[in-house]
Design a protein around this ligand. Structure first.
Ligand code: EPZ
Length: 430
């Protein structure tokens, strides 16, 4: 299995191109199941999760065409891919395909809405908590679906072949459940309201794509979505929003190592809460045309307390990376995780660098140390893995991050982007 080797201590200086967001690309790809016409997605990142979802969609009968280069394209630009689901040949999403990626469960919404039935394996994904699917199933039941669980599969059926608009209120904000119920409601008969909908930019990106496909959705960007069902949706061309988690990750990396990095394509409004926190740690954050500039010269890293929250709060997907930064702060910070109950798996690995972190329930108390030392480490989920890379960039000596397939799921050309800015980082095959 590939590993990443880092020799820490170099500042990051230069420019990093921010890719399209994984967590926007995945639901957008799934939305192609809602129409028999081509859905063209622009700025799709090159990631293992995108490849895996392509396999799942192909199994349902979706034709996928990756476009070649266009004049003016740069090497760092995203992919342009056309997804055409003219005929859905199979409404089963099998365990072998779904088990490695939770988002693939989301096909249940479009399949049920368009075909009237679906059989989808219960999901797998990152080991960050139990992550049930009750909100999804309750939401789909509200839309009239009959649902059974059998041998690890969810069997869903819309009586009469079509879902019916209804009022759905989620007990807690859920990104995935909002994606699924919103997609399902676009083809339901009548009007659906979703209360306590997720506000995450990836949900807005999907809603805007659905509207471009002919869906009738109002309240986009608010916690109350109103969806008037239509008989059919059309094709569209739609752009994947820049990745706010990748942006935050590189911003924290630059803060950690010192130096000055321009994050091209970054959109500050997608991660304002994280940038506000970064400023409080003593980093200069400037919005410029075409991106965001991050600069820390010489001064130390101030400790800041953080609590994760749904958007627009501090994202749980940046919690591990921020903890790596706080491990080098000049004081004590408290990091509270409120979204997932088991998302501190990186703590034990950060400790291998000499970080001083104490976990009590949902709160980690991080006492900054003057120096981290390189180590052999291994991560259990995507964001945890990249927090170890951040620690390694600042640690003295050599770090080897093992089991990096998680990184390939969500960070496009990570070592390439960092080494161009002066990091000593390489992939070791095998
Ligand atoms: C999405 O996961 C993201 N994944 C996650 O990113 C992200 O951490 C999470 O949203 C929160 O922002 C993708 O977009 C592919 P949720 P999702 O439903 O939709 C509970 C990454 O690293 N819940 O918003 O699965 C759940 O257990 C990943 O890219 C239920 O109880 O998250 C959690 O506590 C990791 N029942 C909370 O809601 C349900 O039916 C929020 O989860 C659904 C969710």
């Amino acid at each position: 299995m590939d590993r990443i080797r880092i020799v820490g201590g170099n500042q990051l200086n230069g420019e990093i191109h921010i890719s399209g967001a994984k967590n926007a690309a995945l639901p957008l790809m799934i939305a192609s199941l809602l129409t028999e016409e081509p859905l063209v997605l622009v700025n799709v990142p090159r990631l293992a999760d995108v490849k895996q979802l392509e396999r799942i969609l192909e199994n349902h009968g979706v034709d996928i065409a990756v476009h070649g280069r266009r004049r003016g394209d740069t090497e760092m630009g995203g992919q342009r891919i056309t997804f055409t689901a003219s005929d859905i040949v199979d409404t089963t999403a099998p365990y072998e395909l779904v088990s490695t990626m939770r988002a693939s469960f989301w096909v249940i919404g479009p399949l049920l809405a368009r075909e009237g039935h679906a059989k989808v394996s219960l999901p797998g994904g990152c080991a960050i908590g139990t992550r049930p699917v009750d909100f999804y199933l309750d939401g789909l039941r509200q839309l009239g679906a009959e649902i059974e669980i059998d041998a690890g599969y969810v069997l869903a059926r819309a009586p009469g072949g079509r879902l019916k608009g209804a009022s759905v209120r989620f007990p807690k904000v859920s990104v995935g459940a909002t994606h699924v119920v919103m997609m399902a409601a676009t083809l339901a008969e009548g009007t659906t309201t979703i209360e306590n909908a997720a506000l995450e930019p990836e949900v807005t990106n999907l809603a805007e794509c659905l509207v471009a496909m002919g869906a009738k959705i109002s309240g986009i960007g608010t916690g109350r979505l109103v969806i008037e069902g239509v008989e059919k949706l059309d094709g569209a061309i739609h752009e994947v929003v820049p990745d706010r988690i990748e942006t935050g990750t590189y911003a924290f990396a630059a803060a950690m190592t010192g130096g000055e990095v321009f994050l091209r394509n970054a959109r500050p409004e997608l991660l304002q809460s994280a940038l506000d926190v970064l400023v409080r740690t003593g980093v200069d954050v400037t919005t410029e045309e075409g991106g965001l500039r991050i600069k820390r010269n010489g001064n130390g890293i101030m400790p800041v307390d953080v609590e994760t929250d749904p958007f627009p709060g501090f994202p749980t997907d940046l919690q591990a990376q921020f903890m790596a930064l706080m491990a080098r702060s000049s004081g004590v910070s408290a990091i509270k995780e409120t979204i997932f109950e088991n998302r501190f798996m990186h703590v034990a690995e950060l400790a291998r660098f000499g970080a001083n972190i104490h976990v009590d329930g949902q709160t980690a108390t991080v006492t900054g140390v003057p120096e981290l030392k390189g180590a052999q480490v291994m991560a259990t989920d995507l964001r945890a893995s990249v927090s170890l890379v951040i620690a390694g960039l600042a640690a003295r000596g050599e770090t080897v991050v093992n089991r990096i397939y998680h990184l390939d799921r969500g960070f496009e050309r990570l070592e390439n982007k960092l080494s161009r800015c002066g990091a000593e980082i390489e992939r070791i095959a095998g």
